[in-house]
Design a protein. Structure first.
Lengths: 304, 185
């Protein structure tokens, strides 16, 4: 893999600045709990920054998507706009929001896994995979949304960004630079938004829209990397275990909310949750790293 | 020759010329087939690879048709780690696009062998392609029937098929050498 200094400018620094500027400008002096402009800022900031990083990393995809990664690139900007519009419309009917979430959660796998449906899975297998992945997506999304609604804070954004960075690192280690760059671009967008939260106290209650803008894209990136990129032949169970670890990693935040830690301060609860998340990510990277080490033994090929 | 005999001879000749060319079906013998590709590496050297799992069929005559398929999963460059990288979304994206196929219905025999015009489908993109197959030779099968050897070399740009990652370190232009034996069915 060849990384030139200019790549850091276009692929990291500029997208990071875009997210930071948009989130900060649209949220400054406003209470994010009320929805409206701060929500628009979140969605647009993360979405446009990710799109900018993707352009720098992988280039503009064809108008007619050829492969599943194109769907992700194409979906990021309009997805962000949709979340932004819903955020600007303060009194969105709750059933409409719920229906949209269920629709998106159920739709991620069928859109991204078309080739699996065509070439690899028979009907019972496809039904099991799609319903399982759809339910898992809905559960993870719902739990992150609940955490955001109940406890607020910037920790959810941090753990989601860390998970995206972990998926990116794992994917580059395990077979595909392109798919890794996709996840990395998203992590950069989240990083910029996170930096904005450090600048603005009003953003510490970013609101549920943040999870709506982030969780489905992250799950799409994870499914895409797992199904098409990861090569971990030495231990057949490794890809599934690594995928599950990444999927549940953001939910580690709930560890601090267990009854055993009820008397702890808010900061300690959050710290514990973040540590559990980072531990799960580290475990997943450890397995992927071990696989990469085994593959690199007596093989000098270095991805270019 | 009597008048009726002459008339019969003329009718027979006419019927022969008007009759459709006899269709002959051929199947690619995978054990005597090679699909080899060559691509530049960093401008320093040419790297060679092959596809080990290839199938195909050819029908000559009026119902001319051909179909050749190589499985992307079977790519082999004599380096397992590089093969995995080639199967990844950076290149062939083998799980999404398990096959490379060349099919069509235009077969034009000529002095050297035959010209095939059809569509090459690679990485989810189809492009028209015409190749000249040169006849290497032919032989009688031990179990009966014929065996014919054909070969072609042509060049494509992988970016025309959406395979545009890492162009520079890995060349855009890919030369393919396909050599196969087909057995009459």
């Amino acid at each position: 893999m060849i990384i030139e200094p200019v790549w850091f400018l276009y692929g990291v620094a500029i997208p990071l600045a875009i997210a930071l500027a948009i989130v900060w400008a649209l949220s400054r002096g406003r209470d994010a709990r009320a929805g409206g402009w701060p929500t628009v800022g979140w969605a647009l900031g993360i979405g446009l920054a990710t799109f900018a990083a993707l352009l720098a990393n992988t280039g503009l995809p064809p108008w007619k998507p050829i492969e599943s990664t194109h769907w992700l690139v194409i979906a990021v900007a309009p997805g962000a706009l949709l979340v932004a519009l819903l955020g600007a419309w303060k009194k969105v009917p709750r059933p409409l929001l719920m229906a949209l979430r269920v629709l998106v959660a159920a739709g991620i796998a069928p859109v991204l896994l078309q080739p699996m449906l065509r070439y690899s899975w028979d009907s019972p297998e496809a039904t099991a995979w799609l319903s399982g992945l759809g339910l898992a997506a809905l559960l993870i999304w719902g739990l992150m949304h609940l955490h955001m609604t109940r406890h607020g804070g910037v920790a959810p954004l941090f753990v989601l960004g860390a998970t995206a960075a972990g998926v990116a690192a794992c994917t580059v280690m395990s077979g595909s630079i392109t798919a890794g760059q996709l996840a990395g671009s998203f992590a950069v967008g989240l990083g910029g938004a996170y930096l904005a939260t450090l600048k603005s106290k009003s953003l510490t209650h970013a609101g549920p829209a943040m999870t709506d803008a982030v969780v489905p894209v992250l799950l799409g990136l994870l499914i895409n990397s797992w199904m098409y990129s990861w090569r971990m032949e030495h231990e057949p169970w490794a890809p599934r275990v690594v995928a599950v670890l990444f999927a549940i990693a953001p939910l580690g935040l709930w560890a601090g909310r267990l009854p055993a830690f009820q008397k702890q301060s808010e900061a300690r609860k959050t710290l514990l949750g973040v540590c559990v998340t980072l531990g799960l990510i580290a475990l997943a990277l450890g397995i992927a790293g071990y696989e990469a080490y085994l593959r690199s033994q007596a093989n000098t090929y270095d991805y270019y | 020759m009597t008048r009726s005999a002459r008339m019969f001879a003329v009718l027979a000749a006419l019927s022969l010329t008007a009759a459709p060319a006899l269709a002959e079906q051929w199947e690619v013998d995978a054990s005597h087939t090679a699909v080899i590709f060559k691509v530049s590496h960093m401008g320093a050297s040419n790297q060679y690879g092959r596809f080990n799992d290839v199938t195909g069929s050819l029908t000559t005559g009026d119902a001319a048709a051909f179909n050749f398929t190589a499985l992307t999963e079977s790519v082999d460059t004599n380096n397992a780690k590089r093969d995995d990288h080639l199967r990844s979304p950076d290149f062939f994206n083998a799980k999404q696009f398990p096959e490379i196929s060349f099919s069509g219905s235009s077969i034009t025999p000529n002095d050297e062998g035959m010209e095939l015009a059809g569509e090459l489908s690679l990485h989810g993109v189809s492009q028209p392609l015409t190749v000249q197959l040169t006849k290497v030779g032919e032989a009688e099968n031990r179990g009966g029937g014929k065996r014919i050897g054909l070969e072609t070399t042509f060049t494509i740009n992988r970016s025309d098929f959406g395979m545009d990652q890492m162009i520079g370190p890995v060349g855009d232009e890919v030369t393919l050498i396909i050599s196969f034996e087909a057995i009459s069915k």
